[in-house]
Design a protein around this ligand. Sequence first.
Ligand SMILES: [Mn+2]
Length: 404
Amino acid sequence: MLNQTFFSNHRLKLRNLLPTESFMVITANALLQKKSDEAYPFSQDSNFWYLTGLDIPEAWLIMDKHDTWLVLAARSNCQDLFEGQYNFDQISQISGINHILNYQQGLELLKDLGHKFKKIGLMEVNRSYDQQSGFWLNPANFNLQKIIASLQLSVNKFQLDNLLASLRQIKSQKEVTMIEKAINITEEAFLKINQNLQDYKNENQLQADINDVFYRQASHHAFNPIIAGGSRSILPHYTTNNKIIKQNDLVIVDIGAEYYHYAADLSRTFSIGSIKGFKKNIYQTVLEIHDQAIDMLKPGLSYVDLEQKVFDLIFQALIRLKILTNNDKSLVKNYYPHSVSHFLGLDVHDVGDYNQTLKPGMVITIEPGLYLEKNGFGVRIEDDVLITANACRLLSHYPYNLGQ
Ligand SMILES: [Mn+2]
């Protein structure tokens, strides 16, 4: 599906953005321990994959304005025996990189380039723990910076982060095709849920059906699936997915398959049994705001304006529904604590600058939601959208009929 040109084109684009007299290094992610001698399934750094197509832990990509090298980490005999050795032909074939070095050669190259050039491009590292998300970051980048520091090169650092984000935020036709494949698989899972909807007694039964669809297509979850039934649906990031579902519960299913590392991110709110009265009102309100948000999308609209306009629509709806009884906009976050949109791509919350206008080739989500703690339920509807030359194109097509 993807050949080496896909990746070498990305390298060419990045190379054109590098300053003169510079070189750059970017590292693959490291494996992380799960328990004992067991690692978590490997998840590659998205920037490294974007530039190489390789799922190898702890490799480095080194580039200057003319040449490209791949440096492979040393492996133990045990790894070679149990997991197989590096396949150099395959690595070159996937990535289009022919200069493959071992770790020692890589260090020598970095020293040479450090003498030759004045600037080194690296990914920013300013922390090892992400306070907001509450987790530790992959240590590979931090390690690379330590190694670079130990070489004592007399070069100035510049950051690659924004350069890569500026490229990744605009998707090529091939990238859009990958995202659409991921969406197709995700929608197939919605279809299966719809077929079995009235039989579900527990959230984990939905997850089993979703896994079945994803794994049979050699896909997997791009992010931890959210299957939030009943009162759990008020939590936008609920991922426990093992609680009992009762008749008349709403279930928010927020899932995304991954295809060649590209993510889908879709949410549908299903109803176990028919939906009536206030719940239906809320559902219709979210759906209307979803439709209005999509109607706004076109190149030139600023991301900040989009968020503000949708926020205002939600504020007005809360007044109309008499959920809010005064004009205090600061209360909206109690019912709608997240944004309406984010970039989508190799990362589910993809890189990109939110202080700019929408541009053709951007792929974003539209996901209004309302979460009513007092009433014990929430509704979210999420689609994936490509910004086109004149307006936008919905990439997802699964219907909004609550799955009945
Ligand atoms: Mn999303």
